[in-house]
Design a protein around this ligand. Structure first.
Ligand SMILES: Nc1nc2c(c(=O)[nH]1)N[C@H]1C(S)=C(S)[C@@H](COP(=O)(O)OP(=O)(O)OC[C@H]3O[C@@H](n4cnc5c(=O)[nH]c(N)nc54)[C@H](O)[C@@H]3O)O[C@H]1N2
Ligand SMILES: Nc1nc2c(c(=O)[nH]1)N[C@H]1C(S)=C(S)[C@@H](COP(=O)(O)OP(=O)(O)OC[C@H]3O[C@@H](n4cnc5c(=O)[nH]c(N)nc54)[C@H](O)[C@@H]3O)O[C@H]1N2
Ligand code: SF4
Ligand SMILES: [Mo]
Length: 744
């Protein structure tokens, strides 16, 4: 019998409300939920393919153990935990807790508590080696915020904006970052079409989002800081800054003015390859708006200007005073997170880096962006005391995601123990000692707290409105399966190792630094259910979880009608728009050549997101990867013509660090000289290749340590100089690491 149940899609961080048709206990169909607030029934192809993800014949229904011959056999989850607990205990006893590391990836969107419990286990064993995908994503966002300070009033509502800048961000496909995540297409249509909001796009590609832009600066990759510095130059030269706001709340304006002095519109235009008038127009539209916002995506981050681009964007926002003021509505109050007091007050810059654990192989350490995931492979390979010997990989796919796939493979192969929780025999699972089969999102409960928390990081928006949502598990795992929620592995290990786990239950107050986080123990005697765990992690919620649970489609808790409170008497916090480190980075820009290509490597490789996949996830889903098995290398038709190529031709794309075979496709919207390709495709280095059938791995063209951000360690992922030549049919090719790229 079919029944329709409301749920939350958690393939990505948008958390769209959905209706799932359940037949004989199995999900069979997903549609948007018209009964839910804020999302207007939005879903994307990935969400609509949740039934296929859950019912996929290649889904792991049992955990797997690698055998002596390299093959895999099913193993009971309890037995696997017994064996893993024994092995990891031995590794800790012999080599110390630092030899155990955790890596979590984007699949954590399924249930944020999975990471909380895994991190609690890491804390209990005494290892600081927690690495996340966020440190190879937009690590510059929290770093810039630490350098600039935090405005306790928060962002004004998106509805109030009459201009918006998006920098290397394509929310119509990614639903990500500095734009409302709830139905971005409709939000943009309302804003641009109905309200006349002026959209300014900064992207080398005329993306789906850029097609709606009032002004598109189709820049040379990596030149975002030049554009922003020139916009700041114009704003200060014209006197468009909000002088009253600056006088009360901001320091560093004169340092900033001096630093941008050389960045005239014509200088920046020359560097970025755009028209100087367009930079002036962008500055005018932004500064003269009643309220305007900026969203920064992965584009600049991958071009290694993430921190500076985020910082200058924030400085521009602050110069124009585009923050909520006393008496304004709090656009994003906490509901499932603990209450916080929005005040028209600055938190001064805080220490964002140079603290905590340091790596042994490079001068990198912990920071507000987390441990430097870009360097984790080195930390596994680098011999000596403290070397990572056991890696727990949760909801991530290092073989598809870590820069320099050859080095990643070498690192994973050299581990004593690799445990991966993964729903299919992914590229990383195929290298693991144990593969733990997880419950999928429709089989575990969750809340919308994650989407609430994002707002506290710089320009990231999160959800607006007093919205709260709980979704129960709506189906049981398939009959006869042995799958566990991801957190249960760490709970199970802790029990076996006699460890008490403690989780933070006041997460999500933002960088307020008022009170230390509240922490509570998990019951280690009687195993909690995931719902018990949610009760614990939400115990300080602004609206009690029990009340949120009464609304199966989610709810806007209009009683939470908060206004921004006045600045406290004696408050001394100031935002800093002239941070010395950031001004130094800007000086480096002025001293660098804008064009990174050469006769040998005349093109720049960029990354783009596929509408059907979540990074590498979904490639086996017949409705998703099944319809889009490959990742073409998109080029401008003029470049293709010059190379004598037509769509679907095979090419060899070569960087200083490696080579891959790809098929080409035309994208007339791409800036000439660029090649744009989706990540997460291809095979492992020792497996068969076929670019037309399984795509290719762009990570092979990256180096983890040739160029990297000196705080977060993120390496260059975009704007990578490459050479392109036609491949002869079935050409044999050397794709090993380049000679110069030896691991230390
Ligand atoms: N060359 C190149 N490299 C990149 C990027 C790029 O654009 N180009 N992008 C970077 C970015 S922005 C990121 S965020 C990282 C992503 O890095 P990762 O997060 O490591 O990679 P994903 O491919 O997103 O892997 C997520 C995995 O989680 C699995 N999964 C999904 N749900 C669950 C679940 O509930 N439980 C468990 N156990 N597993 C689950 C999926 O099957 C998938 O294999 O890659 C980075 N690396
Ligand atoms: N459908 C779908 N959605 C996803 C994902 C997915 O794989 N598929 N992945 C999720 C993840 S992990 C993330 S991090 C987000 C990412 O979401 P976004 O940040 O929106 O990332 P992209 O869609 O790759 O858009 C980045 C843009 O930056 C441009 N760009 C490249 N280099 C530069 C540069 O130097 N400067 C500027 N200004 N632009 C540049 C590229 O052309 C591209 O259009 O998406 C998330 N959502
Ligand atoms: S945007 Fe797509 S994948 Fe992300 S939550 Fe919504 S339906 Fe799911
Ligand atoms: Mo990401």
């Amino acid at each position: 019998m079919a029944e329709v149940r409301p749920a939350l899609c958690r393939i990505c961080g948008s958390y769209c409300p959905i209706l799932v048709t359940v037949e004989d206990g199995r999900p069979v169909k997903v549609t948007g939920d018209p009964g839910a607030p804020l999302y207007d029934s939005y879903t994307c192809p990935k969400g609509r393919a949740l039934p296929e993800q859950h019912n996929d014949p290649s889904r792991l229904l049992h955990s797997m153990k690698r055998q002596a011959d390299g093959g895999y056999e099913p193993i009971g989850s309890e037995q696997a935990m017994d064996e893993i607990a024994a092995k990891v205990s031995r590794i800790i006893a012999e080599h110390g807790p630092r030899s155990v590391a955790l890596y979590w990836g984007t699949g954590m969107c399924t249930l944020a508590e999975n990471v909380s419990v895994a991190a609690a286990w890491m804390e209990a064993i005494g290892s600081p080696m927690i690495f996340g995908a966020s440190a190879i994503d937009k690590p510059g966002a929290p770093i810039a915020q630490a350098a600039h300070g935090h405005w306790l009033g928060g962002h004004p509502p998106f509805e109030a904006a009459d201009a918006w800048i998006m920098i290397g961000l394509n929310p119509l496909i990614s639903c990500s970052g500095g734009f409302p995540p709830n139905n971005p297409g409709l939000r943009l249509k309302e804003a641009v079409g109905d309200r006349g909001m002026k959209l300014i796009m900064i992207d080398p590609r005329r993306t789906e989002t850029a097609r709606r832009a009032h002004l598109h600066l189709q820049i040379r990759p990596g030149e975002d800081p030049s554009i922003l510095a020139a916009m700041i130059h114009v704003v200060l030269a014209e006197g468009w800054e909000d002088k009253a706001f600056l006088a009360d709340n901001v320091v560093g304006v004169e340092r900033l003015r001096a630093a941008v002095a050389g960045f005239t519109p014509s200088y920046a235009a020359e560097r970025a390859g755009v028209a100087a008038e367009d930079i002036v127009t962008a500055a005018r539209i932004f500064a003269q708006a009643r309220y305007a916002g900026i969203g920064v995506g992965v584009g600049p981050s991958f071009s290694l200007t993430g921190s500076l681009t985020d910082y200058l964007s924030t400085a521009l926002t602050t110069l124009c005073g585009f923050w909520s003021r006393e008496g304004d509505v709090v656009a994003k109050p906490n509901i499932l997170l603990p209450a916080y007091e929005a005040r028209a007050e600055a938190v001064s810059p805080f220490q964002g880096w140079d603290y905590g654990e340091r790596l042994r192989s490079r001068d990198l350490g912990n920071s507000v962006a987390g441990m430097p995931t870009g360097a984790i492979a080195d930390e596994i390979l680098h011999e000596g005391e403290g070397r990572i010997r056991a890696l727990f990989c949760m909801a991530g796919n290092p073989m598809m995601a870590w820069p320099d796939q050859h080095r990643a493979a070498k690192a994973l192969r050299s581990l004593d123990l690799l445990v991966t929780a993964e729903l299919e025999m992914s590229a990383t699972a195929r290298m693991s000692d144990y593969v733990i089969a997880p419950r999928l999102s429709l089989e575990v409960p969750a809340t919308s707290a994650l989407v609430e928390g994002i707002k506290h990081i710089g320009h990231l928006r999160g959800i607006e409105g007093p919205y709260g949502r709980y979704s129960p598990a709506i189906v049981d795992p398939p009959a006869g399966s042995d799958v566990i929620a991801d957190w249960e592995l760490y709970y199970g290990l802790a029990r076996r190792m006699g460890l008490q786990l403690t989780v933070t239950t006041s997460f999500g107050k933002g960088p307020h630094a008022d009170a230390p986080p509240q922490r509570d123990p998990i019951d280690m005697e009687t195993k909690p259910s995931t719902d018990d765990l949610l009760r614990l992690t939400h115990r300080n919620a602004r609206i009690p979880l029990e009340r949120v649970r009464q609304f199966p489609h989610g709810h806007l808790f209009e009683e939470v009608d908060e206004r921004v409170k006045p600045k406290r008497a004696g408050a001394t916090g100031k935002l800093d728009v002239g941070n010395g480190y950031m001004m130094g980075l800007l000086r480096d820009v002025a001293g660098s050549a804008p064009d990174r290509t050469s006769a040998e490597y005349p093109y720049l490789m960029l990354s783009r997101r596929s509408n059907r996949l979540m990074n590498s996830g979904g490639r086996n889903n017949p409705r998703l990867g099944g319809k889009e098995p490959t990742n073409p290398a998109y080029m401008n038709p003029a470049d293709l013509a010059e190379l004598g190529l037509i769509a679907e031709d095979r090419i060899i794309m070569r960087s200083r660090f490696g080579a891959i075979q790809a098929v080409v496709a035309a994208d007339p919207g791409l800036r000439p000289g660029c090649v744009s390709i989706t990540q997460g495709f291809g095979a492992n280095p020792d497996e068969a290749e076929d670019p037309a059938a399984i795509g290719c791995n762009s990570g092979r063209l990256l180096s983890a340590d040739a160029e990297f951000d000196d705080i977060s360690g993120i390496p260059r992922i975009g704007g990578v100089p490459v050479a392109i030549e036609r491949a002869r049919t079935a050409q044999k090719m050397e794709t090993g690491p380049a000679a110069g790229d030896q691991v230390p």
